[in-house]
Design a protein around this ligand. Structure first.
Ligand SMILES: C[S@@+](CC[C@H](N)C(=O)[O-])C[C@H]1O[C@@H](n2cnc3c(N)ncnc32)[C@H](O)[C@@H]1O
Length: 215
């Protein structure tokens, strides 16, 4: 176990964060295996359980930075088209179209569709998290707004049979969201992959078998 002396000027909380990073097996694995984030293992584990990446040809990555999830897609499906969006810059990733903008901007869906270069996607995945303000209800509402916007976009771009996976907080999606997901998908599940830290309230909702658009 590596322990750090609290350096002058470094807050106790950031020393703890650094200590946890240095001792985290997923951080070590990500470094050894060339992934940009430990978050990559959450998608790997969700894929092992739900087969999300099987045969995918077009994938949208909401909250792409720094790029771990898209790396996982690329390794699993080398010819898949991938488009991602993030508020933060993302270092270039081979064959991945990246937009640096707010997904909540009304122009974002059309730009993402154009960046993907095809009309339909097999998978829309969202690892977006709103910056938490420490007020649980506010954090929950802000994250839900992202999940719902992701769902609306997913229903516009997925091919029938496609899937939507999104990060949710506090034990899962609320009843309204689950009902909405069930309206559009044949199977809706919740999971907390082992790589998701036990002390974090994040979970993932996995919606598979898109029923298709009415039009
Ligand atoms: C946990 S990180 C994603 C990590 C990524 N899955 C990986 O494996 O590298 C969440 C990202 O969501 C982004 N994000 C949050 N709100 C957003 C928004 N409204 N529009 C675009 N990106 C957003 C954040 O900037 C952050 O980079």
């Amino acid at each position: 176990m590596k322990r750090l002396k609290t350096a002058k000027g470094r807050k106790v909380s950031s020393t703890r964060w650094l200590e946890r990073q240095l001792n985290d097996p997923y951080v070590k694995r990500a470094k050894a295996e060339g992934y940009r984030s430990r978050a990559a293992y959450k998608l790997i584990e969700l894929d092992e359980r739900f087969g999300l990446l099987k045969g995918v040809k077009a994938v949208v990555d909401l909250g792409i930075a720094p790029g771990g999830w898209s790396q996982v897609v690329r390794r699993k499906s080398p010819s898949a088209k991938i488009a991602g969006i993030d508020l933060l810059p993302t270092d270039p990733l081979d064959g991945v179209a990246v937009l640096q903008m707010d997904f909540m901007d009304e122009a974002a869906p059309a730009k993402l569709r154009a960046a993907l270069g095809v009309n339909e996607a097999d998978l829309v995945m969202s690892d977006m998290a709103a910056n938490t303000v420490g007020h649980p209800q506010t954090d929950h509402l802000r994250t839900m707004a992202l999940v719902e916007a992701g769902l609306e976009f997913a229903t516009e771009i997925l091919r029938p049979g496609g899937a939507y996976v999104a990060k949710v907080l506090a034990g899962g999606a609320d009843n309204n969201l689950v009902a909405e997901l069930k309206r559009h998908f044949t199977a809706v599940k919740h999971a907390k992959p082992p790589a998701s830290r036990k002390d974090s309230s994040e979970w993932y909702v996995i919606a598979q078998g898109f029923k298709g658009r009415a039009d």
